[in-house]
Design a binder for this molecule. Structure first.
Ligand SMILES: *Cc1c(COP(=O)(O)O)cnc(C)c1O
Length: 474
């Protein structure tokens, strides 16, 4: 399998090259040259494999359709080491729970940091360690986080050979729970840097360091953001697992409702659907930051800029633009790299928007690709959390509540699976606002706020961050 860029660069690459590279040289995102097709017999085989051998073997089977530069035995071992009951809290890894008639929750948040990002990041940590070891190279991951991504990355990379993490976060702006999760890590290869500033200052620092090409090469700086194809690929697996749990035969269809921010999670659903998994609808659920809902309703993609991005009670979906959206646009436009480049370089980067409302292919987005969308607000979130708790005795987090709210607005004729993207304890304040009491805390997180913290506080100054990185590399 070879990979191409969504912006038309002629070069084709193999999986392990794009694994470490991230963005394509022309600024595009990587996608496979074509999506492997799963026919009826193969789907039956995957059903058997999943029920008899479990999630890790299912992951191996799906990943091997896309990865041909890691020997099969090694890839199987990497999957087996990643998707264990010890790491994900249950042997089922992603159990499906029934909520109400026609509505299910797929639990994706029982990994080390209690958000779905662990599903992909844990695999990425093992893939990085494997590939860097094979090449005799090292990598220093530099990132910016306001919560979920940074902690998922740190828990995936802690103790891994050949990898260091330098994670910037805005000082004092993460929840006490999130700070405790990250700063209590004592691993030598994990560096927490609390910046005096806001999240955008952290992101600007990461960009400035990455734009210093000499520094980047000298210190082998890399990223783990959600545009990485390996993360997206790992997420494709749980769409299969959800489908195989909800159905008994391949004639049945399901729909998925996906709390969305950067379009990474639901883009994996798009890939699964393109492979032939019988998915009726992919429901894109947004919060007040409704960039994606606006696109699917109108054909206009209008990025917001940080000044026009709301701080909401589902903060992991507070995005001004959706960094994985380019992948779907590329497919929607019949994989026209030139056109995609124009839309993102001139449209998004220069004008802040593009408009496909008059393009006949936009009109097909729902029928051909199954995409529909909806939006949820703070009041919806509270009402949904309260309702699901009172009627079904389940406490769901704020992002998942957005998914449930938007799912219920659809008149679905097939089972609707809502992806649970975090556990409620991560967003305890809003749960308390909705229910009048705090959510349960998993035993392993009791008292983490009292653990010793390992964090370096620094001003928002690029040169000082560079000096810190240089000092802590080799
Ligand atoms: C990251 C995240 C999302 C958004 O996922 P995308 O892949 O960016 O669309 C939703 N909910 C939670 C809890 C998250 O951490």
């Amino acid at each position: 399998m070879l990979y191409l860029s969504t912006r038309g660069h002629p070069e084709r690459k193999r999986f392990c090259d794009i694994l470490l590279e991230g963005l394509a040289p022309d600024g595009g995102l990587y996608l496979p040259q074509s999506y492997p097709q799963i026919d009826d017999a193969q789907l039956s085989e995957l059903r058997r494999v999943y029920h008899e051998q479990g999630y890790a073997e299912l992951a191996f089977r799906i990943l091997s359709l896309y990865i041909d530069d890691i020997p099969a035995d090694d890839l199987r071992a990497l999957c087996a080491r990643t998707y264990t009951a010890e790491i994900f809290g249950t042997g089922e890894i992603v159990p499906l729970r029934h909520v109400e008639d026609g509505l299910w929750l797929e639990a994706l948040s029982n990994g080390p940091t209690l958000a779905f990002k662990d599903m992909a990041m844990q695999l990425l940590g093992n893939l990085f360690e494997y590939e860097l070891g094979r090449r005799g190279e090292t990598l220093n991951i530099l990132g910016a986080t306001s919560g979920d991504t940074g902690s998922a990355a740190e828990y995936a990379m802690r103790g891994k050979k050949g990898v260091r993490v330098f994670m910037t976060s805005p000082h004092g702006r993460m929840s006490p729970f999130q700070q405790a999760q990250m700063f209590s890590l004592q691993d030598e290869n994990i560096h927490n840097i609390a910046i005096d500033g806001v999240f955008d200052d952290c992101q600007d620092i990461v960009k400035a360091v990455s734009n210093d090409h000499a520094f980047k090469a000298r210190y082998r700086i890399g990223t783990v953001n959600s545009i990485n194809w390996a993360r997206l690929l790992a997420q494709v697996v749980y769409y299969f697992a959800g489908y195989l749990q909800a159905t008994q035969s391949n004639e049945q269809q399901v729909s998925f409702s996906v709390p969305s921010g950067n379009f990474g999670n639901v883009c994996a659903g798009h890939v699964a659907r393109q492979m032939g998994l019988p998915i009726a609808k992919l429901v894109v659920a947004t919060n007040e930051n409704d960039v994606l809902d606006e696109f699917f309703r109108t054909g206009i993609y209008r990025v917001r800029g940080s000044a026009n991005t709301y701080e909401t009670s589902s903060p992991s979906m507070d995005i001004s633009k959706a960094s994985n959206f380019e992948r779907f646009v590329f497919d929607l436009l019949g994989r026209d790299g030139e056109r995609t480049r124009a839309l993102f370089e001139q449209g998004v980067a220069r004008d802040g928007f593009f408009d496909l409302s008059a393009d006949p292919r936009f009109a097909e987005a729902a029928a051909r690709y199954g995409f529909v969308s909806g939006k949820s607000t703070h009041a919806d979130r509270l009402a949904t959390i309260r309702d699901v708790s009172e009627r079904f005795g389940m406490v769901i987090d704020t992002h998942t509540a957005d998914g449930v709210k938007v799912a219920r607005d659809q008149a679905s004729t097939v089972p609707m699976i809502v992806l649970e993207t975090a556990l409620p304890i991560k967003f305890a304040e809003t749960i308390e606002e909705a229910l009048g009491h705090l959510p349960d805390r998993p035993a392993k997180f009791v008292g983490i706020e009292d653990l010793p913290k390992r964090v370096q506080r620094m001003p928002a100054d690029v040169d000082q961050i560079k000096a810190y990185i240089a000092q802590h590399c080799d």
